[in-house]
Write a protein that binds this ligand. Structure first.
Ligand code: ADP
Ligand code: MG
Length: 229
């Protein structure tokens, strides 16, 4: 059963008097439980597509179904509700709050759900333990390595028990050894049944997903199939 279904999605950015056609009739479907990568050159529309999937941005034409909900013309509040309920985000630059500790960063989604401080910090500690960082609970991001910061961000993405995790170049700021470890962790998370979409321009990251969707100039290009000889 598909968790994500896009039908002829189009997206334009207005830049001054001009209009930039960034996504062109994008059609795709991602099954519940899949781990998929989206690849494409810089500027091909990967982040725009991911932001639409994450209900962080609206689209101009087509239809986006998330489960059996049509994600269209949502108000800010309703969009935030769906986002908080279904979706976890991981970014290249981690997007941690600098003046909060690791445990407070992980607990943040529960703060927005109105969970008490004591309870959310207890749950956040469990998620930090799961990503191997319990000992770092009281440290701030500036005291951590890139790989550690990404683990904190992953724990934060997991804490609200999302069905879908969207990762925009999650290894883009990491060395190859650390990238490998982060992909190990994402693979583990995928194995618990969470659907994962990973935007990357690194072939070895894409190779660790089950399927790669390729974008060129805002259009999906058919995955090249090895020619049978
Ligand atoms: P990618 O993530 O593949 O590098 P993006 O989705 O970020 O690509 O961008 C696709 C195109 O849209 C690029 O040409 C980019 O310059 C343009 N773009 C992205 N965001 C905006 C914006 N907020 N306003 C105007 N143009 C944008
Ligand atoms: Mg991008």
């Amino acid at each position: 059963m598909s968790l994500v279904r896009l039908e002829k999605i189009n997206k334009y950015y207005r830049v001054g008097a001009h209009s930039l056609h960034v996504l062109r009739d994008v059609e795709m479907s991602i099954d519940e439980g899949e781990m998929v990568s989206i690849m494409g050159a810089s500027g091909s529309g990967k982040s725009t597509l991911l932001n639409i999937l994450g209900i962080l941005d609206a689209y101009d034409g087509g239809k986006y179904w998330l489960g059996d909900t049509l994600i269209q013309h949502l108000g800010e509040r309703q969009a935030a509700q769906y986002r908080n309920k279904f979706i976890g985000f991981i970014f290249q630059s981690f997007n941690l709050l600098p003046f909060k500790t690791a445990v407070e960063n992980v607990a943040l989604p529960l703060y927005y759900q109105g969970v008490s401080r004591r309870k959310r910090n207890r749950i956040a500690a469990q998620y930090l333990e799961r990503v191997g960082l319990l000992d770092w609970a009281d440290h701030r991001p500036s005291e951590m390595s890139g790989g550690q910061k990404q683990r904190v961000a992953i724990a934060r993405a997991l804490i609200a028990k999302p069905r879908l995790i969207l990762a925009d170049e999650p290894t883009g700021a990491l060395d190859s050894e650390t990238s490998h470890q982060i992909m190990d962790l994402l693979t583990e998370i995928h194995q618990t049944g969470i659907t994962l979409v990973v935007v990357t321009h690194e072939a070895d990251v894409a190779a660790r997903t089950q399927r790669t969707i390729r974008l060129r100039d805002g259009k999906i290009v058919d995955t090249p199939v090895a020619a049978a000889s």
